[in-house]
Design a protein around this ligand. Structure first.
Ligand SMILES: *[C@@H]1O[C@H](CO)[C@@H](O)[C@H](O)[C@H]1NC(C)=O
Ligand SMILES: *[C@@H]1O[C@H](CO)[C@@H](O)[C@H](O)[C@H]1NC(C)=O
Ligand SMILES: *[C@@H]1O[C@H](CO)[C@@H](O)[C@H](O)[C@H]1NC(C)=O
Length: 546
């Protein structure tokens, strides 16, 4: 990989800054640039436009800045906003800046240039404009006025000094802020391009240096007139449409191809790469040369981790390129990926907590996240007994967690009691009750299978005793009214055992009584039925015979 690639990522950002309305003129010196927009906007809309390009309304704190005004506004009639205003109160004639402040909220200035007629009006927000006609004297205006235009300033690190030129040459500059310039430019912001005429050699300003084209293909096609190829990644190269060839004086523009060009015989799908006296096919940026040496295939640009350097960005490969999108759980806001508040769409059954890139569901007391669907909550006790979850409008409508049974106590409160599933003999050998469930295990020399069966272990050296926690398959979730009994004054462990036994016993007795009654009833009714049947049959027979 080209070792300046990572630096170029910064350039992509710089070059991408231009956009929106374009300045009509610009000027740079040192690490600052200034622009003029002939666009009638009020003061706040003008400041917004400057800020949109990472600048602000121009401050005129020194005679040098004052001189820049005359460069920018030469031949431009009308009033232009500068970044000086009085947000509240009345002008103070005793103060150097008359109580006004620069847009970045300070009031430092080595220079003032107030218009001689003192305007003491303080009925509204006051802002300052300058005009060529008034020799750039500071004039107060109501800020909502749409004057002829406004002036912006921008500060840069790593600006380049203007490109040296030989006699007979001149340079055209294009800045990332959207204005063009010539020889009068003293410095250029990073990301500016320069074309040195008449050779048409091209340069880009990066890190105080002018780099000659073709540079990294990802930035403005490497500066190529037609297209840029970089599958020989350490040497990006420009190529031209069929029938044309790269101009060797600048390596970026296209000229008429010679008939004996060795590239003609290669039949390259995209481009022919020349290096000293050798020729080979090469591919557009984002493509890779196929095995046949002439076709091009899409290259996964995302293998380079540096492609999407912003925090929380993710790279998506596309045909011939890539896209930077936000990671899951983040959304685009301006040029940043910000955390999305998933809780706004209420994904959790109970409580939701937003986390960077995700969210977390929690459950109210007495519930736990459902292991099968973590956004939902299920009843949970974790003790031998817990108060039941009852409908506040209907205290007879109560619910207990899985593996618990409800019980109404004196005073009308309903409780959930753990069921000792071990009493049901679900396990083949050993059973251990847990709150809400049970665990089967096997004697030494046996292995647990299907969670409850024990089979003789093949390898007796193995402990053979394995356990697996198990939730009861027959889920005794009993809504109210459940089996209601009087609690006895015994320990909770014993109590549960007794309850389950009693429940069993009661059920058995009820069943027995019911069975006996049914039998008795059946016997009685079957006698009656038999009589009725024979009667009917008799009649039928009589009828049939008759
Ligand atoms: C300034 O202009 C913008 C758009 O032109 C408008 O939305 C805004 O309300 C104006 N502000 C003032 C203070 O007049
Ligand atoms: C360079 O600037 C000159 C005048 O400033 C202009 O005539 C010429 O067309 C420009 N050339 C390019 C390539 O922009
Ligand atoms: C054009 O590129 C070749 C190598 O590819 C180099 O030798 C030559 O100096 C370059 N020409 C210019 C004007 O930079």
């Amino acid at each position: 990989m080209n070792n300046v690639t990572v630096l170029f990522v910064v350039l992509i950002f710089l070059v991408g800054r231009a956009g929106g309305i374009k300045p009509n003129r610009g000027y740079c010196y040192g690490t600052q640039c200034f622009t003029v927009f002939r666009e009638p906007l009020n003061f706040s809309a003008a400041q917004k436009q400057c800020k949109g390009q990472h600048g602000q309304l121009m401050t005129v704190r020194s005679t040098v800045s004052h001189d820049v005004l005359s460069i920018l506004l030469e031949n431009f009639a009308g009033e232009f906003w500068i970044g000086l205003h009085l947000p509240t109160g009345c002008p103070d004639p005793a103060d150097k800046l008359r109580g006004f402040k620069w847009v970045n909220a300070d009031s430092e200035s080595d220079f003032t240039n107030w218009s001689p007629n003192f305007d003491s009006s303080c009925s509204s927000h006051r802002c300052v404009s300058v005009s060529q006609k008034d020799e750039y004297k500071w004039t107060q205006e109501p800020c909502e006025e749409r004057v002829s235009g406004f002036l912006c300033e921008y500060k840069f690190d790593d600006a380049c000094k203007s490109l040296p030129v030989a006699p007979g040459e001149f340079v055209n500059y294009t800045t990332p802020i959207g204005f063009f310039g010539g020889e009068d430019m003293l410095s250029l912001p990073p990301g500016s391009t320069a074309v040195r005429m008449p050779s048409e050699t091209k340069f880009i300003c990066f890190s105080e240096q002018w780099l000659q084209a073709p540079w990294d293909c990802a930035v403005n096609k490497g500066g190529c007139e037609y297209k840029c190829a970089d599958d020989y990644s350490d040497t990006p190269s420009c190529y031209c449409p069929p029938g044309q060839t790269i101009n060797p004086t600048n390596n970026v523009t296209c000229g008429v191809e010679a008939a004996d060009d060795p590239c003609l015989t290669l039949h390259c799908e995209h481009a022919c790469h020349r290096y000293k006296n050798s020729y080979a096919c090469t591919c557009d940026h984002g493509f890779q040369l196929a095995e046949d040496g002439r076709s091009c295939v899409d290259f996964n640009d995302c293998t380079d981790q540096r492609q999407c350097p912003g925090e929380n960005f993710r790279c998506v490969n596309t045909v011939g390129g890539f896209q930077c999108v936000c990671k899951d759980g983040y959304r685009m806001s301006g040029d940043l990926c910000v955390d999305e508040d998933e809780c706004e769409s209420a994904p959790c059954e109970h409580e939701c907590k937003n986390t960077p890139g995700s969210y977390q569901c929690t459950c109210y007391d007495g519930f736990k996240p459902d292991p099968e669907s973590p956004d939902r909550c299920i009843l949970y006790c974790g003790f031998e007994e817990c108060p039941a979850e009852c409908d506040p409008n209907n205290k007879f409508e109560c619910y207990c967690p899985k593996g618990y049974v409800s019980e109404e106590r004196d005073g009308g409160d309903t409780f959930c009691l753990d069921i000792d599933e071990c009493d049901f003999g679900y396990c083949e050998q050993t059973c251990r009750n847990t709150f809400g469930s049970y665990v089967c295990s096997c004697f030494p020399g046996f292995t647990l299978v299907s969670e409850y069966k024990c089979v003789k272990s093949e390898d007796t050296g193995d402990s053979g005793q394995s356990t697996t926690p198990k939730t009861p398959s027959a889920s005794p979730t009993v809504p109210h009214p459940g089996p209601t009994r009087q609690p006895s004054g015994v320990t909770t462990g014993g109590l549960v055992g007794i309850i389950v036994c009693t429940v069993f016993f009661v059920v058995l007795v009820v069943f027995l009584i019911h069975y006996l009654l049914l039998r008795k009833g059946k016997m009685e009714s079957s006698d009656a039925l038999k009589a009725a049947e024979s009667e009917a049959h008799g009649l039928q027979q009589v009828n049939g015979d008759g």
